[in-house]
Ligand binder design. Structure first.
Ligand SMILES: [Zn+2]
Length: 308
């Protein structure tokens, strides 16, 4: 299914049949068609001659980067794709030796890649973030063994573990004058402003979480919430559930906590564009769902309105 959200694009066949069949998985891994990408924490390797493409290695060339078994990502047509985690074997020096892969963080680069390349990178980062963090069974404390596909783990007592995703909600709130609520979090770099977001708590719906987080951080009361879309945000394992929302709260009623939020204001389209042009604020990366929500409210791409 196609999406306009940068990290939700792509049509990779996740191919659960091969994933769960050790023999088919071995054949796919050794096949001349197999392609391997390299992942380190939140980055993947790009083609050194063309940063708009990922680096694809054949099975033989990938072997030297296989510090642990490559995870199966899925296939496109006859091409099975795998990902090798090179986090622990990349040289940890400022000056990299010749031949060191060129790594690019997906939260800043995915818009440069094709839909399927972006999806391969997202799946690879998600799964390896999970595998890297999972060493012991959370039920009995014994070490776990990762399934050859990378998609499940089991301890010697038979307790099974699967990749987890933490739902978070993110919400673009418009006031009675159709202005957008944007806030600055002090942990963000520079003058970045964005829409509000927060994790869904245990036993809570995403819609309720959107309203609760908004009120906790700004005292803005959300009257209506409408689903917008979702995309993975694998840093390390969130799924962003995005909403449009409306409020009758006024500027005077905004009350920030001063800790999580240092400033929160309603912006008209003209005010936002003017402040962007003068460099008084910046927006989140183009890969983020926040950026997509802001463009949805603008009714045009940020690039387009900046050029007008
Ligand atoms: Zn166990």
């Amino acid at each position: 299914m196609d999406s306009t959200l940068v990290l939700s694009r792509g049509n990779i066949d996740r191919d659960e049949i091969t994933r769960n069949d050790p023999e088919a998985l071995g054949l796919a891994r050794r096949s001349p068609e197999a392609r391997f990408i390299l992942v380190a924490e939140n980055s993947v390797a790009v083609d050194p001659t063309d940063n708009s493409r990922l680096l694809y290695l054949e099975a033989k060339a990938a072997r030297e980067w296989n510090s642990r078994e490559a995870v199966y990502l899925g296939r496109v047509g006859d091409t099975p794709y795998f990902a090798c985690d090179v986090t622990d074997i990349l040289p940890d020096t400022d000056v990299k030796p010749a031949g060191t892969p060129m790594m690019r963080p997906i939260n800043l680069w995915a818009h440069e890649w094709s839909a399927n390349e972006s999806q391969l990178a997202v799946i690879a980062v998600c799964i390896h973030n999970w595998v890297r963090a999972l060493q012991y069974c959370s039920r009995c404390g014994e070490p776990v063994a990762i399934h050859p596909s990378g998609w499940q783990a089991q301890c010697e007592n038979g307790h099974q573990h699967f990749p987890r995703t933490d739902p978070a909600c993110i919400v673009a709130i418009r006031d009675a004058d159709d202005r957008l609520l944007l806030a600055h979090n002090p942990v963000w770099s520079g003058k970045r402003y964005s829409v509000l977001a927060g994790f869904v708590e245990a036993g809570e719906s995403a819609e309720a979480a959107a309203a609760r987080e908004t009120f906790e951080e700004t005292c803005v009361v959300v009257d209506r919430v409408e689903y917008f879309g979702s995309q993975p945000w694998p840093f390390p394992r969130s799924l962003m559930l995005a909403f449009r929302a409306w409020t009758n709260t006024t500027d005077e009623e905004i009350n920030i906590d001063g800790i999580e939020i240092a400033d929160a204001r309603f912006f008209s389209r003209e005010e936002l564009i003017s402040e962007l042009r003068r460099g008084k604020l910046t927006l989140p990366s183009r890969e983020s769902v926040a950026y997509a929500l802001i463009e949805d409210w603008l009714g045009a791409s940020v690039e387009e309105v900046m050029e007008r």
